[in-house]
Design a protein around this ligand. Structure first.
Ligand code: SAH
Length: 436
């Protein structure tokens, strides 16, 4: 993180697997049948009130404040359970930093610039973005920059603070407050931590969510001759320490989230994602800014994508709950529907196309030209391949953005505008980047 923007810094050894690669329906052979504290908690819950929805199962397993998978561990990187793009290559965060500056410039260079990241992991991505901000300090010099991190994990918030803040300035902690931690970045920018997006100050903001929406709880439904039936998690009557999927005997309330013209026979819906998109849309429409969302997902076409990861391998989603990551592909068509009206959406476009449009080839060349170290050069090339190759992350991951209507050429503002005014510049990444 200390390396200057022109230098290439060493990153994790790139594993062969990452979360977006395969699908699991919980049918993989059991590898670890240990009875975890989370399993005991869930069994107690199911015995008291009956089978639970997959959404409730995911929420408990991932973010239960006492035993949740995300709350007390560092699962990222080569020794963890999965690796993400910012952990693979510094170029990823640098290009996203340029995207935010480009949108800030295109929307009138507001005097305040809030960078808000949802689910910041180890803080690597924000660290790479802040390095770009420092490098382009002359462009940003008149703006009041602040960083706002939305994170439920105690453990990861500590790692983020270690990555991002100046160690000589002590952190301010207040567990009972909506802003539970505050610090100052190495370049003097204030950083605040929250558990909920609602607590982040409303102001001109640029929002970022990378591999965040895929961990939000999904409800799963199966089409049956009697209509949609929700998939629930129950205790296996044959083996008392084992969970199993069952179908709800009658309709459940979450069925309201399924579109009336749905043609698939199995669907996953994520109401929490809808609530967050509506909040982001409202904020952007009222105060300005943009949101950039990157994740693996589909445009309303896939069916059963719920899967687990442990030690870079697929993991039975119902086995040893609390020890493995749970994830489901993001349905971008649902996000688009939730944003509709308030703001315009762009994408999804593939990661390969987005990074290409953002100038990844030029950036790679600059870093290679500035590095004499063979191992660093090899890592840069391998990282590029992992991010861009169609068979690796290039086509599985997608970029999606929310921008104010007036940001696009056919926005309402433009229709009323004076004819002589030039149309807004294209949104970088979603169109080929034209440097003006
Ligand atoms: N963006 C990072 C990390 C992705 S892992 C990267 O790409 O490397 C998912 C992140 O979201 C973790 O930081 C996890 O602790 C956080 N998270 C999970 N559920 C959350 C929730 N409901 N609210 C806020 N953060 C959450």
């Amino acid at each position: 993180a200390g390396a200057g923007p022109l230098c290439a810094a060493a990153r994790a050894v790139i594993p062969r697997f990452w979360r977006g690669k395969c699908f699991s329906s919980g049918k993989e052979p059991a590898e670890n049948s240990s009875v975890t504290p989370m399993l005991r908690h869930l069994k107690y819950k199911i015995k008291s009130t009956g089978p639970i929805t997959v959404a409730e199962y995911m929420r408990e397993v991932l973010t239960n404040p006492a035993k949740g998978y995300y709350v007390h561990r560092d699962m990222l990187g080569e020794k963890g359970d999965f690796i993400t793009s910012p952990e693979i290559s510094q170029i990823f965060g640098e290009l996203l930093g340029i995207w935010f500056i480009s949108e800030w410039m295109a929307t009138g260079k507001s005097s305040t610039f809030q960078l808000v990241e949802l689910g910041p992991g180890r803080g690597t991505l924000t660290g790479d973005i802040l390095r770009v901000f420092s490098q382009l300090g002359s462009v940003l010099k008149n703006s009041d920059i602040s960083v706002h991190l939305v994170e439920v994990s105690q453990k990861l918030s500590e790692i983020q603070a270690a990555t991002l803040t100046e160690e000589k300035v002590p952190l301010e902690r207040n567990a009972g407050s909506p802003v539970y931690m505050k610090g100052i970045s190495k370049s003097g920018i204030p950083i605040s931590w929250y558990r909920n997006l609602q607590d982040v100050p409303k102001g001109h903001s640029f929002y970022l969510a990378h591999e965040f929406f895929d961990v939000l709880p999904v409800h799963k439904f199966q089409k049956t001759p009697q209509g949609w039936r929700e998939v629930l998690v129950d205790i296996d009557p044959q083996v008392s320490d084992k969970l199993r999927f069952v179908l709800a005997p009658c309709a459940t309330p979450a069925e309201a989230f399924i579109q009336s013209d749905e043609t698939r026979d199995h669907v996953e819906v994520c109401p929490d994602a809808g609530v967050i998109i509506q909040e982001l849309s409202q904020r952007i429409a009222q105060a300005g800014g943009a949101a950039l969302i990157a994740d693996y997902g589909h445009d309303g076409t896939k069916t059963d994508t719920f899967r687990g990861f442990c030690g870079h391998k697929l993991h039975d989603v119902l086995l040893a709950p609390g020890t493995a990551d749970l994830t489901a592909d993001v349905d971008f068509s649902y996000l688009r529907r939730m944003a509709q009206g308030k703001v315009a959406s762009l994408g999804p476009v593939t990661q390969q196309m987005f990074l290409k449009n953002m100038g990844i080839d030029v950036r790679l060349k600059v870093l290679l030209d500035n590095s004499d170290e063979p191992s660093t050069r090899q890592q840069l090339v391998q990282g590029y391949d992992m991010l861009m190759n169609s068979k690796k992350m290039g086509e599985r991951f997608n970029f999606f953005a929310l921008v104010p209507h007036q940001r696009l050429p056919n926005g309402s503002h433009q229709m009323n505008a004076c004819k002589s005014k030039p149309p807004p510049a294209p949104v970088a990444g979603f169109h080929e980047l034209a440097w003006r």
